[in-house]
Design a protein around this ligand. Structure first.
Ligand SMILES: [Zn+2]
Ligand SMILES: [Zn+2]
Length: 266
């Protein structure tokens, strides 16, 4: 039997996939990857995502401003995020939002202000916040702790590539940790070690396609089918079989993305 694997984070609206959605969803299903969340990076481009989720029953979307887009749309109010998310049954998460000091495209205070408005939207809607954190561990930990103190909000540390301290704080605050193809790279011993310590009931997998293809596709365009490689490596790291990782990460996914009906129980 095919496993049921979810790609919890991909970017199907990127030009890399233009005109190819049908084919890449079919290839993903052949690999056991059955459901997808296409993640928003610009609120101003939400109509592109809506077109995709209208056309494909197994694709859902989020709404938010990526930290690398924060300089381009620094002013989207919390109410707008809430309105867009609550206005569409297939918009199921807030984000991706967060802090990226690696590329550093927007001033840190602008990134933080945009991020906090997304946190407020997640707190209000109780939809999961998809968090992007890169080279910003200390500020991310500080904001997560401070904002959680104002009232809990569900969240995912997506494409985890930060230090152990951030993973531990995330888990302690009730968050989930999602691993991408980075988990499979030869140089990623530390990330695998962190993954081995994240509790089973807080793990997710994702591609972040078109970025970060896992071997044997490394360096090429990534696509949702390849999340199976990440799931296989995660199974090894946790010392379980692929079926167990597929089931556990899917159970976690549907608990967190509570707006999505679980098709396994249909
Ligand atoms: Zn990201
Ligand atoms: Zn992303």
């Amino acid at each position: 039997m095919q496993p049921f694997i979810v790609d919890s984070h991909c970017h199907l609206d990127f030009p890399d996939f233009e005109g190819e959605h049908e084919a890449l969803i079919a290839r993903a299903k052949d690999a056991g990857v059955q459901l997808f969340v296409t993640i928003s990076t610009y609120v101003s481009r939400i109509e592109r995502l809506k077109t995709i989720i209208r056309a494909h029953p197994e694709v859902y979307a989020s709404v938010g401003t990526h930290p690398l887009s924060a300089g381009d749309e620094p002013d989207v109010p919390t109410e707008e995020l809430v309105r867009l998310a609550e206005g569409d049954e297939k918009i199921v998460a807030i984000g991706e939002a967060g802090l990226d000091y690696h590329y550093d495209k927007a001033p840190h205070d602008v990134q933080a202000a945009v991020f906090r408005r997304h946190i407020a939207a997640a707190r209000e809607t109780q939809l999961p916040l998809v968090i992007h954190a890169r080279d910003a561990d200390d500020d991310m930990i500080a904001i997560l702790e401070e904002e959680s103190g104002k009232g809990a909000f569900p969240f995912i540390l997506h494409c985890f590539s930060s230090g152990r301290g951030l993973a531990e704080v995330g888990v302690a605050l009730g968050g989930y940790v999602s691993f991408s193809g980075i988990l499979t790279f030869r140089s990623s011993d530390e990330i695998r070690s962190i993954a081995s310590d994240v509790p089973m009931e807080r793990l997710l997998v994702e591609t972040d396609a078109p970025y970060l293809a896992p071997p044997p596709h490394r360096g090429k365009r990534n696509e949702p089918a390849f999340v199976r490689h990440t799931a296989e490596v995660l199974a090894e790291v946790k010392g379980v079989d692929l079926e167990t990782i597929a089931k556990t990460t899917s159970d976690n996914f549907f608990r967190l993305f509570a707006k999505i009906p679980d098709p396994r129980h249909a």
